[in-house]
Design a protein around this ligand. Structure first.
Ligand code: SF4
Ligand code: SF4
Length: 371
């Protein structure tokens, strides 16, 4: 295990319609403390120390997550980080943070600078599309506010901003066009971003009809073609890069590409230890809350929740020509109400996309006289 997602804030300041935390049936967040405490952080630090020493690890990554992690009081945030660092010593902690960007300000940037925390921001594209889904509690869109914050921060302290801003996370919207959205990000100067498939499974499908399914498929292909034709290595789109890696025989650790989820765990604000929290969109035993920092060591969750068996690919995937690139898809997307023994709910889209990538790569390699 090399990644701990620490849910330091259990609430959010907005209400995205597709949010897997709040709007996909799970309500466990309601019963947890709004914020992680110093006490829980101290225990987590000590558990990291023993886990790291036992497994000869020099460092471990902690992703500070929510809800919205920046809802936490800044002084307490720093105290929590200091507590984690002190208690986990000699294991070094590499922090990263995922935020919706609405509370970013120069003080937060200084804190990120002090603790060397790369931050990524969620942004789904132009307000005309994104403001339908990334809304506040009054139903108002939030995109322009986030953009203003990012521009302001970049102007205030470009050097620190450029060093620590690790990019944009963007959920694909079936109403949008992949080329248009990619162009929009590039026109704003974003060079590093990632596209995520909307969460869903066979119980709660991420697309309502065939039309939406085709639109998501086209989004991936249009965006991929546009990106390849740019031929600019400075423009990084993580999902595409990871898939290309797998098409040339390399392995990807990305969880969306069947990456092993036992390499990470989630620690909730009350010290509960669980598997990837997106699995909470599946009403399965794997989302149970039985393990806690009080009664367990880090790394026990995988065996306890039977993660290896659950992750085992289904027959169809094992026989699929694209298995090395797909891994059966993202585990939460494989759930059918009873088990995960299925291909991804996105199977058709993914299969088509990998074939498309091969065709594009063949053309490019031919152009370069490599084939
Ligand atoms: S910002 Fe993130 S945590 Fe908050 S509602 Fe949106 S998707 Fe959920
Ligand atoms: S494309 Fe479909 S069948 Fe092939 S590995 Fe992915 S989910 Fe499984």
């Amino acid at each position: 295990m090399d990644l701990i997602i620490y849910k330091i804030a259990q609430r959010c300041n907005i209400d995205c319609t597709y949010c897997y935390v709040y709007n996909m049936g799970d309500s466990s967040w309601k019963s947890r403390p709004k914020y992680a405490s110093i006490e829980v952080s101290s225990k987590l630090g000590s558990k990291i120390k023993s886990y790291g020493i036992k497994n000869a690890m020099k460092s471990i990554t902690i992703e500070l997550h929510g809800g919205e992690p920046l809802l936490m009081n800044k002084k307490k945030f720093c105290k929590i980080l200091d507590t984690l660092i002190q208690n986990s010593f000699p294991v070094k902690l590499d922090f990263i943070i995922q935020t919706n960007g609405l509370l970013l300000d120069s003080e937060w940037l200084s804190i990120f600078d002090k603790y060397r925390i790369p931050f990524s921001v969620s942004l789904d594209g132009p307000p005309k599309y994104a403001d339908e889904v990334r809304v506040d509690f009054k139903g108002q869109g939030t995109t322009m506010q986030v953009l203003k914050k990012l521009t302001l921060l970049q102007n205030e302290n470009k050097q620190v901003f450029d060093t620590l801003f690790s990019g944009i996370l963007s959920v694909i919207n079936s109403k949008t066009n992949g080329k248009e959205i990619t162009q929009w990000f590039l026109n704003l100067g974003f060079k590093n971003f990632d596209y995520l498939l909307p969460d869903g499974n066979y119980v709660n499908p991420p697309f309502k009809n065939e039309e939406q399914k085709i639109a998501i498929s086209n989004f991936l292909k249009d965006s991929f073609s546009y990106w390849v034709n740019l031929g600019n290595p400075e423009i990084r789109i993580r999902y595409f890069e990871e898939v290309i890696k797998t098409r040339v025989g390399k392995k990807s650790g990305l969880d969306a590409i069947g990456g092993d989820l036992s390499k990470m765990c989630v620690v909730e604000s009350d010290g509960t230890i669980g598997c990837h929290d997106v699995l909470r969109i599946c009403e399965s035993d794997i989302t149970g809350d039985q393990l806690n920092l009080n009664n367990s060591e880090l790394g026990e969750h995988s065996e306890y929740y039977g993660l290896k068996a659950i992750q085992k690919p289904c027959e169809k995937c094992l026989n699929c020509e694209y298995y090395d690139s797909c891994g059966g898809g993202y585990l939460p997307h494989r759930f059918d109400g009873r088990s995960f023994d299925n291909p991804s709910v996105y199977c058709d889209i993914l299969y088509d996309f990998f074939g498309f990538i091969d065709a594009v790569l063949n053309v490019e390699l031919n152009k370069a006289n490599v084939l």
